[in-house]
Write a protein that binds this ligand. Structure first.
Ligand code: RUQ
Ligand code: CUA
Ligand code: CA
Length: 640
C-alpha cells in the first residue's frame, strides 16, 4: 500500500494570491492609463511546479486553515450536468467542471470553443443544454489511475464526455448512436490481447432503456421488438468503436483488471415496459462481454449496422451465443433487479448489489473466463457467493484488505462484509463470519465509494456514502433539500462517521483519488491555442460585415480601450490572457449582448455575436484580478 505522500504538483498555497495582488497592483498603478505593456509579467509559475505543501492532514481529523486535503474526490452532479471536484476529508468544493450544462462563470456554452465541444445546430445554437451525469471514472495504467482523463456519462442525451486531468476541463463529447438511457460507464484497464497496452484505450457504456432500432417511428406499439446496445468508445479519439446488441437492458458497468471482460448489471432481463413487467422474473442477470471475441467478430465481418449509423454492431443476444466456444456474451443470473456492479481490487471478483434482493452476488472472474473456455458448465456456476446483507443493496466499494462495503438504500445503512468469508459460507461453512459491521447513514444511501477503491491501490481509508435524502441534517432552505455526503473512516475494524458534507443535487457515483496521483497544471500554454492573439495580430480586422476583434488582457487592462463596429456586423471577439501569474484569471462581459466568459492565464477564448443594437457598451472584466479590476474596461461602440 502506498503512503499518502504530499503532492508535488499542488497549486501553491493560499497567500500567493494576496502576494501577487499586492505586487501587480503596484506595477499596474504605475502603468494605469497607459497602453498595455505585454512584457510586464515577471511572476511566472511553471505548469506543475512544485509548491511547498502545507502540512497534510493524514488522519480523519479536521483540516485546519491552510492545510491541504489528502485526497481528491471527483463526483458526478446528476441532472446538474457537471462534474465536481472536492477535497477530502474536508469536503471543500475545489472546482465545478461544466460538461453537459452551461456555466456563465466559465462561459461554458457561450464561447465558440465550448460550443464546438458541446455541439451546435446549423444556426450556431447549442444542440443540447442539459445532461444527467452519473458515473465518473479515471483512465488507468497498471491497474491504477494515470491522471490522463476522467470520463462521464450523460444519461439524458446519450453522450460520453472526457475531461483532461491536467486542466480539469472537458475536451470532448461524443454521442452514442441508437441508445437511450446511457447510464453506466467504465474504462478498460488494459488491452484484452496486447499485453504491452497496460492502460485505458476503451470506455464501455451500458444502456438502460430499450427502444426501437433504429428509433425512426417503427415498432412503436411493440416493445418486444425494441433493443439495447452496449457501446465501446475509443478513449483517445473518442470515436465509437463498436456496439453489441443484447437481451434485456444494462445499468451499471465494470471492467476486469485483466482487460478481458466488461460487465453490466441487468434489472430488466424481462424486457418489460412497465414496473410489473420489469419485476416479474425471480432473478435478473449480469451480462459479461468477451471483448477480444467481439473485436475479432467485427474483423471477421460479422457485424451489421443500424439505421444511418456506421458503427459496427454485433449480436450478443442469447440465441446467437449459446455455444460458449464462440459466445460473445455470458449472462450470469444474479439477485432480482440488481443495481451496482464493482470489481474487487484483487482482480478476482465482480460484486453485483441486489437492490430488490437483500443480497450481493459475488462472481469469480476466472469462472466467467472458464465458461467462455468450456471449463465451467453453466453461467450460474460462476457465482461463488450470495451473502445476505440487508434491504436495498445498491453499490459496493472495497478497502483492499478483502472487505466490501455495500450501501443499503432501504435500511439507511452501510454494511461491511468479508468477501472470502462469504465464499466460505456459500460453500457451506456455517461458522463463517460474513457481516463484520454496520453503520447508520442519513438517509437512504445510493452510491458509495472508497478511497482508491476502484484500483489495485485501494487503501481502505475513507468511504463516502452518498445519501439521497438529508431531511433534518442541515438548516432548512425551502422545499429542495441538499443531499448528505457522509464521510466514513473505514481504516479500523469498526466504521466511524467522520463528517456530514452537503451536496447540491444530485451526485451519484464518484471516485476518491490520492492527491499525489493527480497531476495538474495551473497555467495554459499559449501556443496550444491556434487562435491566440499576438501583439502582431491584435486589433480589428474587417472583411465586409465580418469583423474580427482580437484583444489581449493583462491586469489591469484590455489591449484596446475603444472598439468601433457597425450595426449589422458579425463580430468574433477573441481574447488572449497574457498574464502568466498563477490564479490570475480575467473575465469578459458585454452588457446587453449577453456575453460572459473567462480567460485563465495564457488561455485564448472567443465569442461570435451579431451587432444588432447601436450604442456604447462597456466591455468589463468580471473576475477580480487587480486593485484596478473595476477600472479594467473597454468601450464597444456600435455605430448605427
Ligand atoms: S447510480 S446512486 Cu447512476 Cu446508483 Cu445513482
Ligand atoms: Cu481583469 Cu478583473
Ligand atoms: Ca427484473
Amino acid at each position: 500500500m502506498k503512503k499518502n505522500s504530499p503532492a508535488t504538483s499542488s497549486p501553491s498555497l493560499a497567500g500567493s494570491r494576496r502576494d501577487f495582488l499586492g505586487k501587480s497592483a503596484l506595477a499596474g498603478l504605475a502603468t494605469a492609463g497607459a497602453t498595455i505593456g505585454l512584457t510586464g509579467c515577471k511572476e511566472e509559475a511553471a505548469p506543475g511546479k512544485a509548491a511547498v505543501p502545507a502540512k497534510a492532514a493524514d488522519t480523519g481529523e479536521h483540516i485546519k486553515p491552510g492545510q491541504l486535503d489528502t485526497y481528491y474526490a471527483f463526483i458526478s452532479a446528476g441532472h446538474g450536468g457537471e462534474v465536481r471536484v472536492l477535497g477530502l476529508p474536508s469536503g471543500r468544493t475545489l472546482k465545478r467542471i461544466p460538461v453537459f450544462n452551461t456555466d456563465c462563470m466559465v462561459g461554458w456554452g457561450i464561447t465558440n470553443e465550448s460550443k464546438a465541444i458541446i455541439g451546435t445546430k446549423p444556426d450556431g445554437s447549442l444542440q443540447y443544454t442539459t445532461g444527467d451525469t452519473h458515473h465518473v471514472h479515471g483512465s488507468y495504467k497498471d491497474g491504477t489511475y494515470d491522471s490522463r482523463w476522467l470520463f462521464v456519462n450523460d444519461k439524458i442525451n446519450a453522450r460520453l464526455a472526457r475531461i483532461r486531468m491536467d486542466t480539469m476541463e472537458c475536451d470532448k463529447i461524443t454521442s452514442l448512436p441508437n441508445v437511450m438511457g446511457f447510464h453506466g460507464i467504465f474504462p478498460d484497464k488494459r488491452d484484452p490481447v496486447d499485453a504491452a497496452i497496460n492502460y485505458t484505450t476503451r470506455v464501455f457504456c451500458g444502456t438502460e432503456f430499450h427502444m426501437p432500432l433504429p428509433n425512426d417511428g417503427r415498432d412503436l406499439d411493440d416493445p418486444t421488438k425494441w433493443g439495447c446496445l452496449f457501446t465501446c468508445v475509443d478513449a483517445a479519439s473518442m470515436e465509437v468503436r463498436w456496439q453489441c446488441r443484447i437481451d434485456g437492458n444494462m445499468e451499471l458497468v465494470a471492467s476486469s483488471y485483466d482487460g478481458k471482460l466488461a460487465a453490466a448489471t441487468q434489472y430488466n432481463t424481462e424486457g418489460g415496459a412497465d414496473l410489473a413487467g420489469m419485476m416479474s422474473a425471480e432473478r435478473d442477470a449480469c451480462v459479461f462481454f468477451n471483448v477480444a471475441r467481439i473485436e475479432q467478430a467485427i474483423k471477421d465481418g460479422k457485424a451489421t449496422t443500424i439505421g444511418s449509423s456506421k458503427v459496427p454492431v454485433v449480436d450478443g443476444r442469447k440465441a446467437a451465443n449459446d455455444n460458449p466456444a464462440t459466445a460473445l456474451t455470458c449472462y450470469v443470473p444474479v439477485g432480482k433487479n440488481p443495481h451496482g456492479v464493482n470489481a474487487s481490487p484483487d482482480g478476482k471478483y465482480f460484486v453485483c448489489a441486489g437492490k430488490l434482493s437483500p443480497t450481493a452476488t459475488v462472481i469469480e472472474v476466472n469462472k466467467v473466463l472458464g465458461w467462455f473456455g468450456g471449463d465451467v458448465k453453466l453461467p450460474r456456476d460462476c457465482v461463488v457467493a450470495e451473502p445476505e446483507l440487508g434491504l436495498g443493496p445498491l453499490h459496493t466499494a472495497f478497502d483492499g484488505k478483502g472487505n466490501a462495503f455495500t450501501s443499503l438504500f432501504l435500511d439507511s445503512a452501510v454494511v461491511k462484509w468479508n468477501v472470502d468469508a462469504s465464499i466460505a459460507q456459500f460453500k457451506g461453512d456455517k461458522a463463517a463470519k460474513v457481516v463484520l459491521d454496520r453503520i447508520d447513514v442519513h438517509y437512504q444511501p445510493g452510491h458509495g465509494y472508497a478511497s482508491m477503491g476502484e484500483t489495485k491501490e485501494a487503501d481502505g481509508k475513507y468511504f463516502n456514502s452518498g445519501n439521497k435524502f438529508s431531511k433534518d441534517r442541515f438548516l432548512p432552505v425551502g422545499p429542495l433539500h441538499c443531499e448528505t455526503e457522509q464521510l466514513i473512516d473505514i481504516s479500523g475494524a469498526k466504521m466511524s462517521l467522520m463528517a456530514d458534507h452537503t451536496a447540491y443535487p444530485e451526485p451519484h457515483d464518484g471516485i476518491i483519488v490520492r492527491r499525489d496521483v493527480v497531476k495538474t497544471r495551473q497555467i495554459h500554454t499559449m501556443t496550444d491555442f491556434p487562435n491566440a492573439v499576438t501583439p502582431e495580430t491584435a486589433g480589428i480586422e474587417r472583411k465586409g460585415n465580418k469583423v474580427q476583434v482580437r484583444l489581449m488582457s493583462q491586469a489591469p487592462a484590455f489591449s484596446m480601450p475603444v472598439i468601433k463596429i457597425k450595426v449589422g456586423d458579425e463580430v468574433t471577439l477573441t481574447l488572449t490572457n497574457y498574464d502568466k501569474v498563477e490564479d490570475l484569471t480575467h473575465g469578459c462581459a458585454i452588457p446587453t449582448y449577453n456575453i460572459n466568459f473567462i480567460v485563465n492565464p495564457q488561455e485564448t477564448k472567443s465569442v461570435t455575436f451579431k451587432a444588432d443594437r447601436a450604442g456604447a457598451y462597456w466591455i468589463y472584466c468580471t473576475h477580480f484580478c487587480h486593485a484596478l479590476h473595476l477600472e479594467m474596461r473597454s468601450r464597444l461602440l456600435v455605430e448605427a
